[in-house]
Design a protein around this ligand. Structure first.
Ligand code: FUB
Length: 327
């Protein structure tokens, strides 16, 4: 008994010593967490940052989502398997690019599944719902919300945007086409615009996939990914407009590879610190010299605007960002 007590005391002392010797992490580093994760959807719930990425692997193995949370952008906690295809009977593979929304005490996770190639295939954009950000998420509709090609847009890469008047929109599309559509308030259907249109094309020049929208100083900022996601020159560009439906004229590239840091930087999301003009870009990129298209890792850097409201080109880094707790 006495020996056991001495051993326990020794172990505690060793642990304390190790902790004291380990320097405290002062930056996030990039990537911000371990593993092959792409298309990160970053958001804030309460005082926590959350990231919902695609699990980057062969399409047949993309049958679940993990999530990550942090109180300071530096230390991230993994939440395994927040949504599993076992809970979505129509989703079989290629579960991609989550978009998350908190509404009415529920959390809605929009996702693409099955990488459909035509209107006969089963799949498209679905929704899962949970009571907590960490899930467990379950299929909300029992079928996809969007399961056909409209205006040439593959139903993938959805972004859900709440406008100034409280109306929610879904902005989505692969294969070089981007649509915007109005969501019914309970997210069970698409509702028409005033002219009866269900899906309106807002595709800017260069658009490939991965749309993101936010409002800053009353203007609509629209961002998207260009190039091929398996290649080095995947990148993010943007436009600014006075209206949610544009027209969106390409202004320039915001995010791209850096020969000294990483390649294929793209498919991002944006975090705004509440009440501050402080923005972060959360994106995926590929380690230098890596050739496996699926080897994508999730990173964060600052996104800064100039005095005229244009977004400055992002400098991708290996250090990431410093601690930023939420009040
Ligand atoms: O991760 C799968 C696909 O790769 C996404 O849907 C695209 O945007 C690209 O990032």
């Amino acid at each position: 008994m006495k020996r056991l007590l001495i051993l326990s005391l020794f172990t505690v002392l060793c642990l304390q010593y190790t902790q004291a010797q380990t320097p405290k992490k002062t930056t996030s580093g990039n990537p911000i967490f371990e593993g092959w994760y792409a298309d990160p959807e970053a958001t804030i719930f309460g005082k926590q940052y959350w990231v919902y990425p695609t699990y980057s692997d062969k399409y047949e193995k993309q049958v679940h989502f993990d999530a990550f949370s942090s109180s300071d952008l530096i230390t991230w906690k993994k939440h395994d398997n927040v949504l599993d295809s076992a809970n979505v009977k129509w989703a079989k593979r290629a579960m991609w690019a989550p978009a998350i929304v908190a509404k009415g005490g529920k959390y809605y996770l929009f996702f693409g599944a099955n990488d459909i190639q035509n209107d006969q295939a089963i799949g498209g954009i679905g929704i899962a719902v949970a009571d907590k950000p960490e899930g467990p998420f379950k299929d909300y509709l029992g079928k996809p919300l969007i399961d056909k090609f409209y205006n040439g847009a593959q139903p993938i890469d959805q972004f859900v945007f709440k406008d100034k008047d409280g109306q929610y929109y879904i902005i989505y599309g692969g294969w070089g086409h981007c649509n915007i559509a109005k969501l019914k308030s309970d997210f069970t259907a698409i509702v028409p615009f005033a002219d009866g249109t269900l899906f309106r094309s807002i595709t800017p020049n260069g658009y490939v996939e991965g749309p993101v929208m936010f409002i800053r100083n009353g203007k609509y900022y629209f961002m998207w990914s260009e190039g091929g996601w398996t290649g080095p020159d995947y990148r993010v560009a943007y436009a600014i407009a006075d209206n949610i439906t544009g027209p969106f004229k390409r202004i320039g590239t915001v995010l791209k590879q850096d020969a000294a840091v990483a390649t294929g930087a793209g498919h991002h999301s944006v975090i705004k610190v509440p009440g501050k003009d402080e923005y972060y870009i959360v994106y995926h990129r590929r380690p230098l010299t890596e050739t496996d298209g699926n080897h994508r890792v999730t990173c964060i850097d600052k996104m800064i605007f100039d005095a005229k409201g244009f977004i400055k080109p992002v400098k991708i880094t290996n250090v990431g960002v410093t601690a930023r707790k939420l009040k």
